[in-house]
Design a protein around this ligand. Structure first.
Ligand code: NAI
Length: 247
């Protein structure tokens, strides 16, 4: 995608202070998109400033907790236009089902799913025919042990993506999900170096994913020239979902 094809487009990326969201914002800005980086974490200001410096001012920051419905609505309503909505903000933690509480489930759903719905709804109202919504799911939607609340929230992201895709396709707005495998970001803080090395060794491609691996796919799906793909869940996981390896 060249800057010319994306010039004038505005994207909102949630959870953009670091990790996959930051890499996605960087990539979209490099493609010529003006990017609004949002995050509950104040580091989003520095993140946007760094991108803005490198990419001719094509980035700005907004503090946003995706659980705050009114703030989500106000952010979207206050932009001159919205062409791309990247719903990336998410949380993860490890807890066996016997220790999980309904409150753990609700917290996970509020951030990983309900915030996504609110922003997708608000963005869709503003989007024209080349609008693109990209939701970050996880390979975990296929099933995983020790974090049922996360797995369930990401499976729900897939369902939401498919439902929105059907509703919005007649307006030319395309909605897809990217399901990352294990990507080396701060979200893996709970894992020791040893556990990370073991994780890398069981990836068919022999390494953990990088935030840029996901950003590249998001940028592809966000582009107005990608106009015949909707409602899909694209696994970007180094082949991990294929099975065939132990561990
Ligand atoms: P990260 O933890 O590095 O970044 C997540 C960002 O979301 C943080 O900047 C955090 O402040 C923000 N955030 C958390 N709660 C928020 C809220 N209530 N409102 C606004 N922002 C909030 O994580 P990473 O790895 O970059 O993850 C991004 C997305 O990718 C998440 O949805 C995650 O579930 C998904 N993912 C990540 C994988 C990985 O291995 N890193 C694998 C599969 C999916």
């Amino acid at each position: 995608m060249t800057g010319q094809q994306q010039a004038g487009r505005i994207a909102v990326v949630t959870g953009a202070a670091r990790g996959i969201g930051f890499a996605t914002a960087q990539r979209l800005a490099a493609d010529g998109v003006h990017v609004v980086l949002t995050d509950v974490d104040g580091h989003v200001e520095e993140a946007a400033a760094a991108i803005s410096r490198d990419q001719g001012g094509r980035a700005e920051a907004r503090r946003l907790d995706v659980r705050d419905e009114a703030a989500c609505e106000a952010l979207i309503a206050g932009l001159p236009r919205v062409d791309v909505m990247v719903n990336n903000a998410g949380i993860f933690d490890v807890k066996r089902t016997e220790d999980l509480t309904p409150e753990d489930f609700r917290r996970m759903y509020d951030i990983n799913l309900v915030g996504m719905f609110v922003l997708a709804r608000a963005a869709a109202r503003r989007m024209s025919a080349s609008g693109r919504i990209v939701n970050i799911a996880s390979r975990a939607y296929l099933g995983a042990v020790d974090y049922a609340h996360y797995v369930a929230s990401k499976a729900a992201v897939v369902g939401l993506t498919r439902a929105l895709a059907l509703e919005l396709a007649p307006r030319g707005i395309l909605v897809n999900a990217v399901a990352p495998g294990v990507i080396d970001t701060p979200i893996l803080a709970a894992w020791s170096d040893e556990a990370r090395a073991r994780l890398a060794s069981v990836q068919p491609v022999g390494r953990l994913g990088r935030p840029e691996d996901i950003a590249n796919m998001v940028a592809f799906l966000a582009s107005p020239t990608t106009d015949f793909i909707t409602g899909q869940v694209i696994l970007v996981d180094g082949g991990r979902s294929l099975g065939g390896l132990t561990g």
